[in-house]
Design a protein around this ligand. Structure first.
Ligand SMILES: Cc1ncc(COP(=O)(O)O)c(C=O)c1O
Length: 373
């Protein structure tokens, strides 16, 4: 949030250009009010089954992965996958070129997990050769954990190449695809990840409060059974066993699941993964053409840019707070840059229920804010 004081009444008509929670459709929001439901009844088992099936059918394949859905944000899914993929006495290799990679390293520390790191500048991808070197140097690595789309910078890591390297080893590949599922390339089937973490409220256009891990039926599933449960709440093997039987371990955010199920149905009806990739590509191209026209510099160079987040350099003399507040008055919420990028950059996401028209209007408003100044 900007340092500037907020008005007493929150606005609900804002266009959210922050990378989640994203704007949702009326249909998805309405599903939230469908009514009460007990999570130990067959109707909940059907709802859970529908979400689990929908996720694997649209994002991977029922032959390759099965889904575990939990109540919580994306961080919970990543923490669950990490803590459930490293056997006792073994280590994780963290691929760190942004604040979400950094967060995974902090999770290792919090969980008391031994870890190694491959680090890179925040505007550069992690090279798969460096992952191969680290695996060769440290035979105790049990899991390679990386971020597909670093939301910090809008950068895509070469997960397909990294996946090919990891597939040759005994380690499992854990991918934080929180800001990539449903709209970034390559598609998840090409990446061959053993565990994929995602959330409802970014590119899948659901509401915040539900996250998931897609567990590979081969190495992923067996590793999860072998690793000790390091957390009672985030025990992936336990969740998997329960959900295979249509059950859940704890009280789920039932209403959020109802809207998530609706969002997945909407995603499928709109053409699924291919259609959303094309849509997001057109959105990000429109924004970036606008930034270029306004003389604004984008942090990440091609071909590493994602379809969904752009980190843009603040014009000289303009602060993030001033820009944020002026745009918010005009109905648009932009997002601050994180860590070492804050102060110099701002971020614009094009995830969620947005039209090209709305994004064109945003570029015009941005021009309006920047021109008299
Ligand atoms: C790549 C990535 N990983 C993890 C997270 C954390 O997700 P959450 O804020 O839902 O816990 C985010 C959030 O933006 C993200 O972009």
């Amino acid at each position: 949030m900007s340092a500037t004081a907020e008005a007493a009444e929150p606005r609900t008509d804002l266009v959210l250009l922050n990378p989640g929670p994203a704007n949702t459709s009326e249909r998805v929001r309405r599903a939230l009010g469908r009514g009460d439901m007990c999570h130990r009844e067959p109707e909940f088992a059907r709802l859970l089954g529908s979400i689990r099936e929908g996720l694997v059918e649209t994002l991977v394949s029922p032959d390759s992965h099965e889904a575990v859905v939990i109540s919580g944000s994306g961080t919970a899914a990543v923490e669950m996958a990490l803590s459930s993929s490293v056997r006792a006495g073994r280590a994780a290799l963290v691929l760190n070129n942004g604040s979400y990679g950094e967060r995974i390293s902090r999770m290792c520390t919090a969980q008391g997990l031994k870890s190694y790191e491959v680090t890179e500048d925040w505007d550069r991808p992690i090279a798969s050769a460096r992952v191969a070197e680290a695996l060769a140097a440290h035979p105790d690595i049990d899991a390679v954990v990386g971020v597909m789309h670093e939301t910090t910078s809008g950068l895509l890591n070469p997960m397909e190449e990294i996946g090919a390297v990891v597939a040759e080893s005994d380690a499992v590949l854990v991918v934080d695809a929180i800001s990539a599922t449903g709209h970034e390339e390559p598609g998840l089937p090409q990446i061959r990840a053993d565990l994929v973490c995602g959330t409802a409220n970014k590119g899948l256009h659901g509401l915040p409060g539900a996250a998931f891990v897609l567990v590979g039926r081969g190495k992923g599933s067996s590793r999860v059974q072998e690793a000790p449960a390091r957390s009672l709440y985030l025990d992936l093997a336990g969740h998997l066993r329960a959900q295979r039987a249509g059950d859940v371990l704890h009280t789920p955010a039932v209403q959020v699941y109802q809207s998530f199920d609706e969002a997945i149905k909407e995603f499928r009806e709109q053409g699924g993964y291919r259609a959303r990739v094309a849509d997001y590509r057109a959105r990000s191209a429109l924004l970036r053409a606008g930034f270029a026209r306004l003389g604004l510099e984008v942090l990440v160079a091609q071909p590493h840019r994602s379809n969904s987040v752009t980190a843009v350099r603040l014009p000289a003399g303009m602060t993030y707070d001033r820009l944020h507040d002026a745009l918010k008055k005009r109905g648009f919420v932009i997002y601050a840059a994180q860590g070492r990028l804050s102060g110099d950059y701002f971020r614009v996401s094009n995830m969620g229920e947005l039209s090209l028209r709305t994004l064109s209007r945003f570029v015009s408003e941005l021009e309006g804010v920047l021109s008299p100044w």
